[in-house]
Design a binder for this molecule. Structure first.
Ligand SMILES: [Zn+2]
Length: 282
């Protein structure tokens, strides 16, 4: 059955994957309801992600580190899953944060793209056709405790930049995803992104039949430390998250709950991720 084999070999993201991502987001929210950055909540959540990523056959591990914060020294945990092709090959890094703000359940802001990356891990596990190394990275401490600064927020991505640089990995691209489960999805590319990756994201959106818009705003997200270190990086985010168009009423509030996200949005975002990977892995 060569045709069936060919289908099995294609990298894809379909409605079943979106359903699995939605279910994973719900499971994550239920098992790890409190995930404030750098707390026992994220410590517990990191084990949940590790189990899910390991189940897909990826080489997954936790990276526990301490960092100073406006609230004193805290312990943070990144989770990373690697798919290796060749030790000399370049890496494509996909990133989602999994922490939340205190008092925010984080269905969209944290859980949705955390679950999306788990569904992508499943898709990669089925595919096995990469010609480049791939790293999936779930960061703790994306959210700041008071106000974003060099000492507040983006702890997980700053740590990842350090470890990636120390390993001397050749990075082809870093792609961050945030808040893409929003029922009323409007994917955007903030201004602070590597132009080459913006072109790739727009071409991938066309292939995926998804709408992604460039916006003039600069957004502080996990791609920023990578850009600052000279890596090619981009953030795909839907920052409008509220009951009114353009509003942010659900963002960082108790209203960021599962009813605000949808399988359809995760399908759209998942297709975009896969089409970006297809271009980046060529
Ligand atoms: Zn947030």
């Amino acid at each position: 059955m060569p045709f069936a084999l060919l289908l099995a070999a294609a990298l894809s993201f379909g409605p079943e994957d979106a359903r699995a991502a939605y279910r994973a987001a719900g499971g994550f929210m239920e098992k790890c309801p409190v995930r404030d950055a750098g707390t026992p909540g994220t410590l517990a959540a990191s084990y949940w992600i590790l189990d899910e990523a390991s189940r897909t056959g990826a080489d997954a591990r936790r990276d526990v580190f301490r960092a100073d914060t406006p609230k004193g020294m805290r312990t943070f945990v990144n989770v990373c899953a690697e798919y290796r092709f060749d030790s000399d090959a370049e890496w494509v890094v996909l990133v989602s944060h999994y922490d939340t703000k205190p008092g925010c359940p984080g269905a969209n802001d944290g859980a949705s793209t955390t679950a999306l990356l788990i569904a992508i891990a499943d898709a990669l596990g089925r595919w096995h056709g990469w010609r480049c190394n791939i790293m999936l990275l779930w960061t703790d401490g994306e959210e700041c405790m008071e106000m974003y600064s060099d000492d507040d927020g983006l702890w997980g991505s700053r740590r990842a930049v350090e470890t990636i640089s120390a390993r001397g990995l050749k990075i082809r691209a870093v792609v961050c995803f945030d808040m893409l489960g929003d029922r009323d999805l409007g994917m955007t590319i903030p201004k602070n992104a590597t132009p080459e990756l913006v072109k790739i994201a727009l071409a991938a959106a066309k292939e995926a039949g998804a709408e992604v818009k460039k916006v003039p705003e600069v957004v502080k997200d996990d791609h920023v430390p990578f850009l600052a270190a000279g890596y090619k990086a981009i953030d795909i985010i839907d920052f409008d998250y509220g009951s009114e168009s353009g509003g942010r009423g659900y963002w960082h509030t108790a209203e960021d709950t599962m009813d605000k996200i949808s399988e359809e949005s995760l399908l759209c975002a998942g297709k975009l991720v896969v089409e970006m990977l297809k271009i980046l892995l060529r």
